[in-house]
Design a protein around this ligand. Structure first.
Ligand code: PLP
Length: 359
């Protein structure tokens, strides 16, 4: 068996220890004689998995009691619609457009109400985070929406926007659990789990209790009502039980590593190895404004499309895979989530140095 260093943006690398544990439990989960995949979601064994996953996430992120955790299927995309359907009481919301994912969420919200783009960094190919200290927030906005870490462009909000008292809603798909966050600053934060937490097929929604109401937009499908999931403790229908199990394992792994402060320090160390090299390289160049750089997704280019393609191909032969940039921007992108070891980033930089000498 040989594992590669997988720099995919998602689905992405998971901790090897977690994968081995899941493999060990595949045929017989803790004496039940069956895999978690084969188990009723109403069984005692699965309820413990779900409850522990929820509690471990609560501990890791220090989620206050007045916030609910919902495990929902449909990925982040379903939330692009569920958020306006549940929160747009005045049918007005403000969106900050820092990339394709924020833009998609914005377009989806326009179906349901008046969605305003109050800031954007599209003028410079989303290579920076706009100044959000004094935005024209709409007086009747139900919420202000951001995509906190922009997976495609490699930018991150290091300071949250001044929402002028409005609820902040954040897509944290690609920075979930990468560092500590103050949950009380958000009305709702959510993310697809397939980047930093588990296999694809689920989103985790963390929502302040008072925002969960019966008052949703007309025609909101039952499955998309937060109240349905909150009241049923994420067991309204058959959940993605295996995904919850895997996420739960990753939460335990994160706790064992020392929690989110430790992950932040490690992620900073890993990112510095790559950014320091990019800043000194003759051939490779980072594409993001320095102060807005993401710790998780690092895009870079050589400036020559053919050379970029050659790099991606040769890197793959060297066991450094999925370095091709998103199809909308080209170049390269290294996603260095929690489960990417420091050695993986060092191996990448060594390879880049060699490539630079040869080209
Ligand atoms: C920040 C962000 N939001 C949303 C999505 C879309 O997620 P999903 O495919 O789970 O709908 C992605 C990536 O896939 C993403 O990186």
């Amino acid at each position: 068996m040989s594992r590669v260093y997988n720099f995919s943006a998602g689905p992405a690398v998971l901790p090897e220890e977690v994968l081995r544990e899941a493999a060990d439990e595949m045929l017989d989960y803790q004496g039940t004689g069956m895999s978690v995949m084969e188990m009723s979601h109403r069984s005692g064994a699965f309820e413990s998995i779900l409850n522990e996953a929820e509690q471990d996430l609560r501990d890791l992120m220090q989620i206050p009691e007045n916030y609910k955790i919902l495990f929902m299927q449909g990925g982040a995309h379903l939330q692009f619609a569920a958020i306006p359907m549940n929160l747009m009481k005045n049918r007005v919301a403000d969106y900050i457009i820092t990339g394709q994912w924020a833009k998609k969420a914005f377009k989806e919200a326009q179906i349901y109400g008046k969605a305003n783009a109050i800031a954007s960094s599209e003028d410079e190919t989303f290579s920076y985070i706009p100044d959000c200290s004094d935005l024209p927030v709409s007086p009747d906005a139900d919420y202000v929406y951001i995509c906190e870490n922009n997976t495609i462009y490699g930018t991150k909000f290091h300071t949250l926007p001044n929402t002028k008292g409005k609820i902040l809603v954040s897509d944290v798909s690609s920075c979930f659990l990468s560092e500590p966050v103050d949950v009380t600053k958000y009305g709702l934060l959510y993310g697809g789990v397939q980047k930093n937490i588990g296999p694809a097929g689920m989103a985790i929604v963390i929502i302040r209790e008072d925002l969960i109401t019966e008052d949703t937009l007309p025609y909101t499908p039952t499955y998309m009502k937060y109240k349905i999931h909150a009241d049923a403790n994420s067991l309204y229908n058959t959940p993605n039980s295996y995904c919850i199990y895997m996420c739960g394992k990753v939460f335990k792994w994160l706790k064992k590593q020392g929690g989110l402060e430790v992950m932040k320090a490690r992620n900073e160390e890993k990112a510095a190895v790559l950014y320091d090299f990019l800043d000194s390289s003759r051939l490779f160049k980072g594409t993001v404004r320095r102060e807005d750089r993401s710790l998780m997704n690092v895009p870079f280019v050589t400036g020559d499309k053919e050379l970029d393609a050659k790099f991606v191909k040769e890197a793959e032969h060297a066991g450094l895979v999925n370095l091709k940039g998103h199809r909308s921007v080209g170049g390269m992108r290294a996603s260095i989530y929690n489960a990417m070891p420091l050695e993986g980033v060092k191996a990448l930089v060594e390879f880049m140095k060699k490539f630079e000498e040869e080209n």
